[in-house]
Design a protein around this ligand. Structure first.
Ligand SMILES: Nc1ncnc2c1ncn2[C@@H]1O[C@H](COP(=O)(O)OP(=O)(O)OP(=O)(O)O)[C@@H](O)[C@H]1O
Ligand SMILES: [Mg+2]
Length: 415
């Protein structure tokens, strides 16, 4: 059906040309012009040309316009309609060229027109131009593909590296949390153990004395005093352990166990402040709230109460060491996509040093004086992990503290 006319040995890149003409003489002419430099294939009908292109698409087609059965214009249309052959540059070779026919051929997708009888120099130059254009286009496409693949590869690598860092950070923070919990609980638990062991010894001693009939009033008095002091020590140590466990519990609020519902932001904040009223009353400090009514949020109200509680108790504990009448201000605003809660006090402020470590578990400036350093760690965990939000600490030493948390608002599910 079609055959390779010649395979020459030219050092430059050889392209595959398909010459389509119902007159073998015309094919012969074009073959002689191109066979030195390129692999030239031939087809003597439109159908043959279409079948050839389907099987092994050439780099360029020289196509006779007037052919019986299928015209060159129709062959061109069909080739352009097929994604496999649409990009092959197609030059019409025509006997009697007229502008109307050229317009139809070009709008069907041809790139050029050459008149018969062909001039070797002209046809060579035109074919060369279109081959080069196609070659360059292919190289650009290839470069784009390589670039895209490399970008995708790098993005993947970067993502993996980031996941790795996040994982490492999680492990490190888990490690320091476990170390901290162990350290904090170690003192009260060892005290309880020591005191209860020696209490047991004293009880055994008393039992022995009782059997031997050696119990005096003063022995009993001494025993009672010892019991009283020991149980007070055990009680203090167990209270400390219990409150530590309670604060650790806040850190890991289990999302599924927490009640999710629609709530009014102002209601929740006001309710939290009023539950803290008894504590506030023992101080001269006050809290004011600036939140518009009617901000309805579909989320977890419980942890939000916890966040507000921790911020208020922090101000009371740390912001006003030598001052009366401090004020705390809670403000909230919302947009379609998020709501922001900012908490401010006019206390001593937070130094840059403390700012750097304030969210670390067990970081406290009140070690041994009631501080565990769990409050802000909890706030951070809840805002970022539970709500998927962000938190910022503002304000310099001596200028009060400002903590701003930004919460995304999830799409309300349709009922
Ligand atoms: N409003 C504030 N003004 C000044 N300093 C603050 C304020 N809030 C927190 N801090 C500082 O940040 C530290 C860490 O706070 P965090 O709540 O984590 O721990 P804590 O209050 O010391 O102990 P805990 O909350 O576990 O009882 C505090 O020890 C304090 O130094
Ligand atoms: Mg605190």
């Amino acid at each position: 059906m079609y055959r390779l006319l010649k395979h020459g040995k030219h050092p430059a890149k050889r392209f595959r040309l398909l010459v389509v003409d119902d007159q073998p003489m015309n094919i012969q002419v074009l073959y002689q012009i191109f066979s030195e430099d390129h692999d030239v294939f031939m087809a003597t009908s439109g159908e043959q040309a279409l079948a050839f292109c389907q099987e092994t698409p050439p780099d360029l087609i020289l196509l006779d316009v007037l052919m019986p059965d299928l015209s060159g214009i129709e062959v061109c249309r069909r080739l352009k309609a097929n994604p496999l052959t649409a990009d092959i540059p197609l030059i019409f070779v025509t006997g009697q060229s007229n502008p109307e026919e050229e317009a139809i051929g070009l709008s069907a997708g041809g790139v050029d027109f050459i008149s018969k009888p062909v001039n070797a120099t002209v046809v060579r130059a035109r074919v060369q131009t279109h081959l080069m254009l196609k070659f360059q286009a292919e190289r650009i496409e290839e470069a784009n593909r390589t670039l895209e693949a490399r970008v995708a590869e790098r993005t993947e690598e970067l993502q993996q590296a980031m996941d790795h860092v996040v994982q490492q950070e999680k492990m490190a923070s888990l490690g320091s949390l476990v170390a901290g919990i162990t350290h904090e609980l170690h003192t009260p638990l060892s005290n309880m153990r020591l005191v209860s062991a020696s209490l047991l010894d004293r009880v055994e001693q008393l039992a022995d004395d009782l059997s031997a009939g050696k119990i005096s009033r003063s022995t009993l008095d001494g025993f009672i005093t010892y019991c009283r002091e020991s149980s007070a020590l055990i009680e203090r140590a167990s209270e400390r352990s219990y409150s530590l466990i309670e604060s650790f519990k806040q850190v890991s609020v289990d999302q599924s166990s927490d009640r999710r519902c629609e709530f009014d932001l102002l209601d929740i904040v006001s309710h939290t402040v009023s539950t803290l009223r008894p504590m506030l009353k023992t101080t001269s400090h006050s809290v004011d709230i600036d939140i518009p009514a009617g901000i309805i949020i579909d989320s977890f109200p419980g942890p939000l109460e916890q966040i507000i509680t921790n911020l208020i108790t922090n101000s009371i504990a740390h912001a006003f060491p030598d001052r009366e009448g401090g004020t705390m201000h809670i403000c909230a605003r919302h947009t379609d996509h998020h709501f922001t809660v900012s908490f401010e006090d006019n206390g001593v402020g937070i130094s840059d040093d403390i700012k750097l470590r304030i969210f670390d578990p067990f970081f406290t400036t009140k070690a041994g004086r009631g501080g565990s350093g769990i409050g802000m760690y909890t706030v951070y965990n809840l805002v970022t992990s539970l709500y998927g939000g962000t938190i910022e600490i503002d304000g310099r030493l001596g200028q009060g503290a400002r903590i701003t948390a930004k919460f995304p608002i999830s799409e309300r599910k349709s009922q």
